[in-house]
Design a protein around this ligand. Structure first.
Ligand code: 13P
Length: 252
């Protein structure tokens, strides 16, 4: 059985003071929801405040990015070692990082190794653009992102990794994928690649989330499909009541 995960990617939103208030509201709203892994991914600066407020709760914390080197002359960067002092998770290869900051499957791969070395659970994002979808390249793109992103990651670590299928055309557009299409991509493309790389058992124990315009109104439609193990939520994770409702839907 794969435990569902609902993760909120706050992106570049919320000051420390605003984060304090949102984390406080979430800590109350999410308190009694069981059977689902709850993860908040605030901006770096809010992580310490969030960690203090979440101490003793079952709400996990993660960063939105990391640098693969441990330390050194990399101005402006944050390493897995630093993140691991406060967090259990780290987002890797979000499409916004790939599009605006030149991240590639190769850098994704280095980041996964660094995260694993520091016992962080990587949430690895994959997804096709609208152009790729329209030209029938979805399968090819996802297979390439997974094969190269997870290159040399061994079987013992793969089920600790969470994959997030986020079609780029669905992110922040209000146009979510249909639940059936997301299920089909996960069932017919993503899990088979994992199976090819790691065998049936490892592929079946790896969690695969959907992300892209998930809201309280559409969330439960995704979670009825057993191949969809939860959601990576952007905009709707900035409102406590919305995120609580999505998490409730994830808990079933
Ligand atoms: P939205 O939920 O705002 O579409 O963002 C999805 C996302 O990118 C989460 O990582």
């Amino acid at each position: 059985m794969r435990k569902p995960v609902i993760a909120g990617n706050w992106k570049m939103n919320k000051t420390v003071e605003e984060s304090r208030s949102l984390v406080y509201d979430l800590s109350i709203g999410l308190r009694d929801i069981k059977g689902v892994e709850k993860v908040l991914l605030p901006p770096y600066l809010s992580i310490l405040t969030a960690a203090a407020l979440l101490e003793g709760t079952d709400i996990g914390l993660g960063a939105q990015n990391l640098h693969w080197e441990e330390k050194g002359a990399f101005t402006g960067e944050i390493s897995a070692q630093m993140i691991a002092e406060f967090c259990q998770y780290v987002l890797i290869g979000h499409s916004e990082r790939r599009t605006y900051f030149g991240e590639s499957d190769e850098t994704v791969n280095k980041k996964i190794f660094s995260a694993i070395a520091h016992n962080l659970i990587p949430i690895v994002c994959v997804g096709e653009t609208l152009g790729e979808k329209e030209t029938g390249q979805t399968g090819e793109v996802l297979v390439r992102q997974i094969l190269n992103g997870l290159k040399d990651v061994t079987k013992e670590y793969v089920s600790a990794i969470i994959i997030a299928y986020e079609p780029v055309w669905a992110i922040g557009t209000g146009k979510a994928s249909s639940a059936e299409d997301a299920r089909n991509v996960i069932r017919d493309i993503i899990r088979p690649v994992l199976q090819e790389m790691y065998g049936v058992q490892a592929a079946n124990s790896t969690r695969v989330l959907y992300g892209g315009s998930v809201t309280a109104a559409n969330a439960s439609g995704f979670f009825v499909h057993e191949d969809i193990d939860g959601a990576l939520v952007g905009g709707a994770s900035l409102k406590a009541d919305e995120f609580v409702k999505i998490t409730q839907a994830g808990a079933g």
